[in-house]
Design a protein around this ligand. Structure first.
Ligand code: NAD
Length: 364
């Protein structure tokens, strides 16, 4: 294995004004103090229907500062769901929002921040990384629009490993690989910088090391803590850089073909990385060192598959007849990617991911 050369010293890096509190139990012990720190007196707690119990404990800890609990979050933030949440926030006279849950709950909190201008505190319970970005998403008539706006960046993120103890193993694994995908694409992003490389490297190390332990013992708080720590670092990479082909493909497969978010990231990542590998030698060298392998795409595929995650797009419900349309769509838009994106190349990538072939660069 070659020793990776350092990232060239020519970069821009913007630190975003997010405060992070990481501690076991912090969702209930730290959130009230964080709301007070932001000068908030009337916060609305939002969550998804399955996360209501956990969100209730945060709402209870907030006491009189909580003016309501709204459990209407849904995947990809349908616009009517956002409209309803904004109405609830306005009717309650909320001056801030606390989103408790995965990327869907945090996405709803961001929609409220965008529409009603309320500061957001995020209390994540998955490894999606949305809490570390200023990216919002809204879905209308089946089309998901996304954008960047500094007002949706959570003002504080409270990481509590205890919240993730109930995250089922299959979702822990796929959500963990979703996090790794942020770090992987950050390593070859046009706006990568030395600090992002460090965060990506440490994030991949923490997450890849923790996932087998989480899968073996889901109640192991220490392993859960390391996974969440990895998710934070990978999410910070996502927030600091511009993602490439992998994220674009997953956006297309989720948005236009209804595939599930974390599972799609899990299946596609080894193939997207194999596609990009010839044009991203520095990223591959960093990942090879961290993962201790000469075959990074294969190792990522084995990490997830060995823990029971789906290995093919067919398993996720994609139809063979959809492959060409998905490839055309993913190749039509322009976004930065280390290797040229062609419809033919993406079709090869998607076919390999659909069939579950070995993720090898030579195939594409
Ligand atoms: P999710 O929030 O939809 O959660 C998946 C499922 O897990 C839900 O049913 C939820 O109720 C359940 N769940 C969450 N935490 C749990 C816990 N601790 N224990 C038990 N069950 C739990 O899925 P996700 O993968 O976290 O997020 C995906 C969404 O986030 C997508 O819409 C994606 O586009 C968005 N996202 C946005 C960004 C961004 O920067 N804007 C980044 C990443 C993801």
């Amino acid at each position: 294995m070659t020793t990776p050369r350092s990232t060239p010293l020519d970069f821009s890096y913007e630190t975003r004004p997010a405060r992070v509190v990481f501690r076991s139990g912090a969702s209930v012990t730290a959130t009230p103090g964080e709301a007070a720190r932001l000068g908030l007196h009337r916060v609305l707690v939002v969550c998804g229907s399955r996360g209501e119990e956990v969100a209730r404990s945060v709402a209870d800890a907030l006491g009189d500062t909580c003016v309501g609990l709204h459990s209407g979050a849904r995947m990809h933030v349908p616009v009517e769901v956002a409209d309803r949440a904004v109405e609830v926030a306005r009717a309650a006279g909320a001056d801030g929002c606390v989103a408790v849950g995965g990327g869907s709950a945090i996405g709803l909190g961001k929609a409220i921040a965008l529409r009603a201008g309320l500061p957001l505190i995020a209390v994540p319970s998955t490894y999606s990384g949305s809490e570390m970005t200023s990216v919002w998403g809204l879905t209308e008539h089946g089309v998901k629009r996304t954008g960047r706006d500094s007002s949706v960046q959570p003002r504080c993120v409270v990481y509590d490993p205890e919240l993730t103890l109930g995250l089922p193993v299959p979702l822990s694994v796929t959500s963990g690989i979703n996090a790794l995908a942020h770090a992987v694409e950050a390593l070859y992003a046009p706006d990568v910088s030395p600090i992002v490389t460090l965060m990506a490297e440490e994030g991949v190390r923490a997450m890849a090391g923790a996932l087998p332990e989480v899968a073996a013992a889901p109640g192991d708080l220490e392993a859960r803590g390391r996974a969440l720590y990895g998710a934070w670092l990978c999410g910070a990479c996502l927030g600091a850089t511009t993602m490439g082909l992998h994220h674009k493909l997953c956006h297309v497969l989720g948005g236009s073909f209804g595939l599930p978010h974390a599972e799609t990231h899990t299946v596609v990542l080894p193939y997207a990385l194999a596609y990009n590998a010839p044009a991203a030698p520095r990223a591959i060298a960093v990942l090879a060192r961290v993962l201790g392998t000469d075959d990074v795409p294969g190792a990522l595929r084995e990490l997830a598959g060995g823990l029971g995650a789906p290995r093919t797009l067919a398993e996720l419900g994609l139809k063979e007849t959809d492959l060409a349309a998905a490839a055309t769509q993913a190749a039509a838009e322009s976004y930065p990617n280390p290797r040229e994106v062609t419809a033919h190349g993406v079709l090869g990538l998607l076919t390999a991911a659909y069939e579950g072939w070995e993720p090898r660069s030579e195939v594409f």
